[in-house]
Design a protein around this ligand. Sequence first.
Ligand code: SF4
Length: 330
Amino acid sequence: MTNKALKEAVLELKKTLHVSIVAHFYQKDEVFELADFTGDSLQLAQWAARDTNPYLLFCGVGFMGQSVKILAPEKRVFMPKIACCAMARMIDVGYFDQNIAVLEKAGIAKEALMPVTYINSSAEVKAAVGKMGGYVCTSSNAKKIITKALESGKKILFVPDRCLGQNIAKEMGLHSCVVGDGSDPLRADILCYNGFCSVHQFFDVEDIVFYRHKYPGILIATHPECKVEVCDASDFVGSTSQIIEYVKALPLEQKVAIGTEYNMIKRLRSENTYVLSSTKPECPTMNETTLKDVYDTLLSIQEGRYENEISISHETQYWANEALKRMFEL
Ligand code: SF4
């Protein structure tokens, strides 16, 4: 089937089967164009949980489809590809517990820790955080959530993205350390798990120096999953939605170089917008989902095979939802 025929078949199937499609900003154009709603992980989860269609096709990475299922357990959620975010895959409940054990050995009791997990984590990790009274956060509300979590008087155990944890700590004038890297956790307010995004690690201060030299007056916008020194050297640091707003508000003649995933950057503006990397910063897992996968999944719903449906145990859903609810309450 050609792409045009596939697209038509997808639109027809989604209409007859009452399926909503949502796509993350980092999805390929061929998938992105078909979506009823596009956004960042939090916007998508909120929209999808409120949507009234019985079936949802989530084009993104695994933890995102899980977030909808946590928020709306009655909804049938499918993913054309159950692709796992590299950062989310860096932590599971075993590693989470291991970090706590390392900190206990260093003299910080489990009861003295308040865990906060970035939304880029599995339902099981969110549940472990929820059981300890902790929170989920996103890159746009991490500062607010950490401020609230600190009211407990405990140290923050921030998982899994060390860069986001370090960037927020710096912005708030707090001390951070990476658990297990040899630094003293007793001196830190935010204890970061040693995970990272393999895509946002692409960007270096040298890239910023290069662009500033080549185009005097250029602005640099980066995502807080980038390294601390990269964010420090940027003019603007924000989540994907915040970067989009920032760039769209710029006059067209204003040059801007952006440090985030390539699919999103290329859709932003055709002129005066540059990718802050000499290599294409494409997220391999986000790029796994194709138009054909979307078609195949719809077909499996039509034929009653229900492939790639997200399911979460009741206990995990309950505790993960507790951690998410604490975020929404703020
Ligand atoms: Fe995960 Fe990074 Fe890909 Fe986002 S860009 S889905 S954080 S690996």
